[in-house]
Ligand binder design. Structure first.
Ligand code: NAD
Length: 343
């Protein structure tokens, strides 16, 4: 197999995981990196032995010599860089949140469609081993037709030390974390017709909301609750686990803290350990997320080889991104939002 050559833009906190994962992925490797901060460029270039280093994305694209670009910058630059990739006809991966607004996200999907290049959003949470295990149990018809779900992420983990910018934005938990939880809800129970949300800020040292409760009406008639909090102190800190409850016509699924998958149906209850692997470069408790970074990047390469659509393509991610916008809108206006009308 010919190894695909990638370029990574944005050598910050999370890109370290992406660089480690690229080392493990079959069929691709990173040949050039770019960051406007020379210190980050040096740290990542030295750590991963990458000689081609750029302080400016235009110069990176002008030199070329790569088959895809992995954009790992924060949201402010996503539209600019994805459109640059489209102009240069280079397939692109873009970190979440995909864009600042839904209209930007739509324009980015359109630009890549017109350029004829694949675009995948690095929406990795659905690739976590425990989430995949829930999907497989549903696909195996373990609980019949699901009619109710809860997707829950409640924690008091200090995310601000690693990502200080999270304390500074007007928006916080829905845009940064809830976006993943909403994507999982879509992945498990399907697309969403309408949504109602309530938010709160409990931590006085941050600007945005750190608690959100979101009620989803799925197109297939199921109802679910997405509840996320970074203001919840528990006896056992669950970070970064998403806990899931599903009720179906023939049984129930519970994804419990500590990565237990409990399936109850007419045959009784089975409990399986669905813990993520601890990859050689990973560290607890992040290993669940780190393994999903490897999984989504391998998926990128596999689908490029097959010429097939990515699970979290730009077009797919518009439907998750709309839920984020709808949640803020609903919380601000105290109203239920018609999600279909936004797309
Ligand atoms: P960061 O601030 O640590 O890193 C971003 C880097 O991008 C910085 O080094 C910055 O200098 C560089 N940069 C910004 N604009 C640039 C431009 N135009 N050209 C070149 N370099 C540029 O941020 P981070 O915490 O690593 O987060 C990056 C993205 O990853 C965010 O969108 C965040 O939401 C996302 N993230 C995703 C996950 C996940 O599980 N998928 C987890 C954490 C963070």
């Amino acid at each position: 197999m010919t190894e695909l050559k990638g370029a990574l833009i944005g050598c910050g906190f999370f890109a370290i995981n992406q660089m480690h994962a690229w080392n493990d992925v079959r069929g691709a490797g990173i040949v050039a990196i770019c960051d406007r901060d020379p210190e980050r460029l040096k740290i990542v270039g030295d750590q991963f032995g990458i000689d081609r280093r750029y302080g400016d994305a235009e110069a990176l694209f002008a030199d070329g010599g790569f088959d895809f670009v992995d954009i790992a910058t924060t949201v402010q630059s996503h539209r600019f860089l994805v459109e640059m990739a489209a102009r240069n006809k280079v397939p692109a991966i873009c970190q979440k949140p995909f864009a600042k607004t839904l209209s930007d996200a739509k324009a980015m999907v359109e630009a890549c469609r017109n350029a004829g290049i694949p675009l995948m959003v690095h929406e990795n949470f659905r690739w976590q081993t425990p989430i995949q295990a829930v999907r497989k149990a549903l696909d195996a018809d373990a609980i019949g037709t699901p009619f109710w779900g809860r997707f829950s992420f409640r924690s008091a983990y200090d995310v601000f030390s690693g990502q200080p910018y999270l304390a500074e934005g007007e928006r916080f938990i829905i845009e940064d974390l809830g976006i993943h939880t909403l994507d999982i809800a879509r992945y498990i129970l399907g697309d969403v017709r309408s949504l109602t949300a309530r938010t709160k800020r409990v931590n006085p040292r941050i600007k945005g909301e750190d608690v959100a409760t979101i009620l989803l009406d799925h197109e297939n008639g199921a109802t679910s609750v997405v509840d996320v909090s970074y203001a919840t102190r528990l006896s056992r800190e669950p970070f970064p686990e998403t806990l899931i409850e599903l009720d179906g016509s023939e049984g129930t699924i519970r994804l419990t803290q500590g990565y237990g998958l409990e399936v109850t149906n007419a045959r009784g209850t089975t409990t399986t350990d669905v813990s993520p692997k601890l990859l050689s470069w990973a560290s607890r408790p992040w290993h669940n997320i780190q393994e999903s970074v490897y999984a989504i990047q391998q998926h990128w390469v596999d689908q490029l080889e097959r010429g097939a659509e990515h699970s979290t393509s730009g077009a797919d991610n518009l439907k998750t991104f709309a839920l984020v916008e709808a949640a803020y809108d609903s919380a601000a206006r105290g109203q239920t939002i018609d999600v279909g009308a936004m797309l």
